[in-house]
Design a protein around this ligand. Structure first.
Ligand SMILES: [Zn+2]
Length: 450
């Protein structure tokens, strides 16, 4: 069907997403738990749903089930500005299906919403990209520069497919001018006092670090316990971590965000945000107390998870351990964080082991041509939104591309109210059909302007 009628594009996108949600592409760190058949089914469905894309674009598989498309541009000269649009199609488990209003893998379309796991995170974004490309191809459009779509299959488990895709492009000498992945969105009711929706574009993400804390003890019978056995020593370490939060600071990106909110905030905040140079420190301290989210914006955070000790009611623990899940603030390092943790615990008998550590990402600029292009496209499709850079608390596949691109942005062009944001990784995930429609329009606008 050769058409650019917006209504047709939308129904194609909705119909495609409804089908793609039905593949249970649940990712897991345990390979045997990944149902390869569902991933194969998903991949096999794409050419049927987006025939023009698959007739024109080159497609290769990366690392098994990740997909890398190349839409050849007309201008391959030295001044070429290739871009990469990203999404992922693996999803987190649906949890208890009885908790859902509509079955999680139904793709049920009730005329207003399309229901199911992955509609917002992140099959909806993948479909919006492909539907936009399909519509543009139908209108006879060819991009000026090479355009890549990189679709991940193991984002939810922090897998290595995106790293493989980035290495593949690097090996071919591709230096993207722009990379755009999931992350921020057009968020309604996200910031206290700011009435207009806020289009938050991630310019950086915190690092993720897991450190195992381990204590040892000869063990023995619980009727003759030693002083400061393995469990007590571990508990003291945890208490010390809890009592000594990491130092606070307000990153420049967060200050910039507050500046942009300023004119749209109620009077006292407006004044405060307009005088940030004077009030930066008091505001930072206030953020630490205001709530868990604002606190996390101003410092490295530590959450103690996976506590483990004695195996029996009357058995002393020979070892006790806990995991510290740490989100490393932008500008800090994994090594520096472990060093500080050691000082906070101040007990050489608590052994620290890095299980996995990812440095915080570099910060992409919130100025310059790639940023302005993203900003322009958001403004034209979401004129009601305040646009601002921000630092993401979570991780995305796009951090793997920061080595080959200086302008990596994290933004899904979807409006999400608090309820929608709360449904991600929870029950009743669903996308408004109108939201999907605007997502498609965003990518059409972006691809045309690239
Ligand atoms: Zn995601």
């Amino acid at each position: 069907m050769q058409t650019t009628d917006p209504a047709v594009t939308v129904s194609r996108a909705a119909a495609a997403l409804a089908q793609l949600v039905q593949f249970r592409t649940v990712s897991s760190r345990t390979r045997s738990e990944v149902d390869a058949g569902e991933f194969e089914g998903f991949i096999a469905a794409l050419p049927r749903l987006f025939p023009a894309v698959h007739a024109t674009l080159e497609l290769e598989r990366v690392n098994g089930h990740a997909l890398l498309y190349r839409w050849p541009g007309t201008d391959a000269g030295a001044a070429s500005r290739p871009a990469v649009l990203m999404a992922h199609y693996d999803v987190v488990p649906a949890g208890d299906p009885d908790g859902w209003t509509r079955p999680p893998f139904s793709g049920h379309n009730d005329g207003t919403y399309l229901w199911g796991r992955g509609t917002l995170d992140d099959k909806g974004q993948l479909v919006a990209i492909l539907a936009a490309a399909e519509a543009l191809l139908g209108a006879g459009f060819t991009p000026r520069y090479d355009l890549y779509f990189s679709f991940g299959n193991n984002e939810e488990t922090a897998g290595d497919s995106a790293a493989t895709a980035a290495a593949l492009l690097a090996g071919r000498g591709v230096a993207p001018w722009l990379v755009l992945d999931e992350g921020g969105a057009v968020a309604g009711g996200a910031f206290p006092g700011v009435k207009r929706p806020v289009a938050v574009v991630g310019v950086a993400e915190k690092g993720i670090l897991d450190v195992e804390l381990l204590t040892r003890d000869p063990g023995g019978h619980a009727s003759t316990p030693p002083r400061m056995g393995a469990t007590a020593r571990l508990a003291r370490a945890i208490t010390r971590i809890e009592r000594s939060p990491f130092p606070q600071s307000m990153p420049d990106v967060t200050a910039e965000m507050l500046r942009r909110f300023g004119p749209h905030s109620p009077a006292p905040m407006r004044t405060a945000f307009a005088n940030l140079s004077l009030l930066r420190m008091p505001l930072t301290l206030l953020f630490g107390r205001l709530g868990n989210e604002t606190n996390a914006m101003t410092r490295t955070t530590v959450a103690i998870t996976m506590l483990e000790g004695s195996a029996g009611a009357n058995v002393l623990a020979a070892t006790a351990k806990a995991n510290a899940n740490i989100r490393v603030a932008v500008g800090e390092t994994v090594d520096g964080t472990v060093e500080r943790l050691r000082k906070i615990i101040r007990d050489p008998k608590v052994e620290l082991r890095i299980v996995e550590g990812n440095e915080p990402s570099p910060v992409s600029p919130s100025t310059g041509a790639p940023w302005r292009l993203v900003e322009d496209c958001i403004a034209s499709v979401f004129p009601e939104a305040i646009i601002t850079p921000y630092i993401m608390m979570g991780g995305t596949d796009s951090r793997r591309f920061t080595g080959i691109c200086g302008a990596v942005y994290r933004f899904a062009p979807f409006s999400m109210d608090a309820e929608a944001r709360g449904s991600i990784h929870a029950v009743d995930e669903k996308i408004l059909l109108e939201t999907l429609d605007r997502g498609v329009r965003f990518y059409e606008t972006l691809i045309r302007k690239l």
